[in-house]
Ligand binder design. Structure first.
Ligand code: URP
Ligand code: ZN
Ligand code: ZN
Length: 471
């Protein structure tokens, strides 16, 4: 593999902004400076006029993921290629415990993840808690590099854990350096609302939003914060959508509790009005939690600015609108006649960086440094990958994105690399586009051309939660 010299780019990290050359050798960055000399064998890439970011870290994806009666339509091959085109070189994906032991589930997930073309880590979703499962949690943290565990407070009859079970997991993660990722919604109460709506004949997609009020997200968020506080567990709230949840997180952080949270581009750029679309069109936006109000959206932006929210992830969980060509298993058409049967989830893995750059940096809501922190550095730190990932520094992996801040383009699902057949942001125009992407010193994306290969991604063994995160 030839060394790579990236010349004259504007290097942006979470804390710095300067023009320099970057020399990469093997997997890592060798040196950074002005006028670095290129030997005869060096492959030179001119980055004049471009921004250079550390590769994006998407801490929330569901590739080839079984969800009740459905399965997400992106394989590890298609989903990670889509991620790469969007400037993401690391994902942390969700592995279901399902009916297996957590350790067996990880092994099976790793087999499927072998076709990934960016680097991958795993979060383990625990849906049954027993003494054996808790022993596996400890082994996963200490031996397997899987340090984060998603617990569902929603979806009774499948994924949901009760408060006692959640508390038992928190005790183990607190003791062994793990982090609990919470899907905070009050599942039993939502189920009553859903059952009532269906029984009353209210089955159109807009009832997804009506039956999942934001108060039930905030209530669950506060409940989990309280439980975690009893044992000093580090928590990470996934897909935060509601203003009241941001307030709960902010309050806990002010009190010094190790509470962290992410939001997602769809909550930052879309609102509940999308559910007014006619017919089945609103099903595109059936993800959980649902889209909220403009006030909630404003609170999320404030949370990103003030530090209540630490990360923007995608929650890429793609199901096709059409039944063709992949079949009903992968399609929202399962809920054609009943919103409660629409597979919950939406795509987004390919558009995160450009959306947040355009709607965050260009619109003046966040700084360039904060942008890099939100999409790369903070998730790398929280999930035990920093400084291998999440920054541009000698010794770090040479995961780099060359980004043109001025190129305008339009989001179209037909031009995506994901297998999903729609975008939440169809026909949205953006300024700022990924031009080249390097994974561990290898060019994998060059404009619209794919230069990587399936299977070149590596499994990432992640470190236990660092003290900077657990305080
Ligand atoms: O609707 C969503 N978010 N589906 C994915 C599963 C989850 O809760 O993250
Ligand atoms: Zn969730
Ligand atoms: Zn998710």
């Amino acid at each position: 593999m030839k060394p790579i010299l990236i010349r004259n780019g504007r290097v942006i990290t979470a804390s710095e902004d300067y023009v320099a050359d970057i020399l990469c050798e093997g997997d890592t960055i060798r040196s950074i400076g002005r006028d670095l000399s290129a030997g005869p064998d060096v492959e030179v890439h001119d980055a004049s006029g471009l921004l250079v970011f550390p590769g994006g870290v998407d801490a929330h994806t569901h590739l080839d993921w079984e969800f009740g009666t459905a399965r997400t339509v992106d394989t590890f091959a298609s989903g990670t290629r889509a991620a790469a085109f969007g400037g993401t070189t690391t994902i942390v994906d969700f592995c279901n415990q399902g009916s297996a032991t957590p350790l067996a589930a990880l092994e099976e997930w790793r087999g499927r993840a072998e076709t990934a073309s960016v680097d991958v880590g795993a979060h383990l979703i625990l849906n049954r808690v027993s003494d054996e499962a808790l022993r596996d949690v400890r082994t996963l943290i200490e031996r397997e590099g899987v340090t984060s565990f998603k617990l569902f407070m929603a979806y009774p009859n499948g994924l949901m854990l009760d408060d006692g079970e959640i508390f038992r997991v928190m005790r183990v993660t607190a003791e062994h350096g793990g982090i609990v990722c919470l899907h905070a919604e009050n599942g039993p109460v939502i189920q009553v609302l859903v059952d009532d709506a269906v029984a009353a004949g209210n089955r159109s997609p807009n009832f997804h939003e009506i039956t999942r009020p934001s108060q039930l997200e905030a209530e669950a968020t506060q409940r989990a914060i309280t439980l975690a506080g009893l044992v000093g567990a580090v928590t990470y709230f996934v897909h935060v959508s509601a203003s009241a949840s941001v307030q709960a997180v902010a309050h806990a952080r002010q009190l010094g509790q190790p509470v962290h949270a992410e939001t997602c581009p769809h909550y930052l750029f879309l609102t509940r009005e999308e559910y007014d679309r006619p017919g089945f069109e609103a099903a595109r936006f059936v993800m959980t939690p649902p889209l909220r109000t403009r006030d909630d959206q404003d609170a999320l932006w404030t949370g990103l600015r003030t530090g209540a929210l630490s990360v923007v992830s995608t929650d890429h969980c793609p199901f096709c609108m059409s039944e063709q060509p992949y079949g009903m298993l992968f399609s929202k058409q399962q809920g054609r006649d009943d919103f409660s049967k629409i597979p919950n989830g939406a795509p987004g893995i390919e558009t995160r960086l450009s959306l947040v750059f355009d709607g965050g940096v260009r619109s003046g809501r966040i700084s360039l440094n904060r942008f890099v922190e939100l999409v790369s550095t903070a998730p790398a730190k929280l999930f035990g990958l920093y400084p291998q990932k999440g920054t541009i520094a000698p010794g770090s992996d040479a995961d780099l994105v060359l980004f043109d801040p001025d190129e305008t383009w339009t989001i179209r699902a037909a031009e995506h690399h994901s297998r999903v057949d729609y975008s939440l942001f169809e026909e949205r125009s953006l300024s700022g586009r990924v031009k080249k992407v390097f994974l561990r010193g290898q060019l994998i994306v060059e404009d619209a051309s794919w230069r990587g290969r399936d299977g070149m991604g590596r499994f990432l063994r992640r470190a236990p939660v660092p003290s900077s995160v657990s305080r």
